[in-house]
Design a protein around this ligand. Structure first.
Ligand code: FES
Ligand code: FES
Length: 170
């Protein structure tokens, strides 16, 4: 186990959205704050008790609430934030579907909701409505009433399945 001095800064390295990032942090510093300080301000903070999911990012391919992880714990990991989803200005199918289906209003929950949806569709490419609702139950939204978010995820699922080679489709 590593032991740190109080106030000691520690060097951490992540790959964020495919780019190496190196920074120095106090061991108590939460990943969400470090990501935001590094400029990834699409990662939001909506609570202080790990309920809301506005801070959701992918860490080594898994969805995590970055407010409930220390930056030092994420040392040497690969992180994807909402800023890393579009490729050369082309929206990811989940982003496109949120636009098409009006799945956001204030937009504050949206980055976390989209990252969670991306993870969900990787885990389960053809989810039922119930599985979608269960899959995003760690992500709260004050504005939409969720219905259009569910529609968007269904639409994105279809699009992603069609983008797969025939032999891999479910
Ligand atoms: S900020 Fe609410 S769960 Fe992370
Ligand atoms: S769109 Fe406002 S909280 Fe979800």
């Amino acid at each position: 186990m590593k032991v740190y001095e109080k106030d000691q800064k520690v060097k951490v390295t992540f790959k964020v959205n495919g780019k190496e990032v190196e920074t120095e942090v106090e061991p108590r510093r939460l990943l969400v704050h470090v990501l935001r300080d590094l400029g990834f301000t699409g990662v939001h903070i909506g609570c202080d008790t790990s309920n809301c999911g506005a801070c959701t990012v992918l860490l080594n391919g898994k969805s995590v609430k970055s407010c409930t992880l220390l930056a030092v714990e994420a040392d040497n990991s690969e992180i994807t934030t909402i800023e890393g989803l579009a490729k050369d200005g082309k929206l990811h199918p989940v982003q496109e579907a949120f636009w098409d289906k009006h799945a956001l209003q204030c937009g504050y929950c949206t980055p976390g909701m989209i990252m969670q949806s991306v993870w969900l569709l990787k885990e389960n490419p053809n989810p039922t409505e119930e599985e979608i609702r269960e899959g995003i139950s760690g992500n709260l939204c004050r504005c939409t009433g969720y219905q259009n978010i569910v529609e968007a995820i269904k639409t994105a699922a279809e699009k992603l399945r069609l983008d797969q080679p025939l032999y891999q489709r479910q």
